[in-house]
Design a protein. Structure first.
Length: 160
């Protein structure tokens, strides 16, 4: 087969000009034509050596989650997610998790606290640090999310 192709190309004088793959054919391999057909493969990506934590908890967040879970003995952890709402598009959601890890959820266990990340929120929360702040007028969980591109004026919603 290669010899027939090579003879065909030589008869058409196409053997010296490289052939560029059309966009529709580009994938992990690209073909170059000279005197014979050669395949150039892109090097395989090496396996991930380190993996960024999907969610980390500050000591203050761990303490507060433990307090909340003590008040709800049926809860096995806390579920974190995102929901479309607010001025900027997305908002964080927190709920007690009584049914354990759902299919597709990512479980994070830190200092004896289990936090389940909803499958729809995993990419949005990748690398996020969850903190708890208690002030005179309010106490709240704060999310330091490196993926956020902007927030609304009130700080309740964000966009990626």
């Amino acid at each position: 087969m290669l010899s027939r192709l090579s003879r065909f190309l030589q008869s058409r004088r196409l053997d010296t000009a490289p052939w560029v793959c059309p966009r529709s054919y580009r994938s992990s391999t690209c073909h170059t034509i000279s005197n014979s057909v050669k395949t150039t493969n892109r090097p395989r990506k090496s396996p991930l050596v380190g993996r960024q934590a999907p969610l980390t908890l500050t000591p203050a967040a761990v303490v507060r989650i433990k307090e909340l879970l003590r008040q709800r003995p049926d809860a096995v952890g806390l579920r974190v997610g995102v929901k479309t709402r607010g001025c900027s598009g997305l908002s964080y959601t927190l709920e007690f998790c009584t049914d354990g890890q759902r299919e597709g959820d990512e479980a994070v266990e830190q200092d004896g606290v289990k936090v389940f990340i909803d499958r729809r929120a995993q990419l949005s929360l990748l690398g996020t640090e969850m903190d708890f702040h208690e002030g005179v007028l309010a106490s709240e969980f704060l999310f330091n999310n490196p993926n956020v591109k902007g927030t609304c004026g009130c700080g309740e919603s964000f966009h990626l």
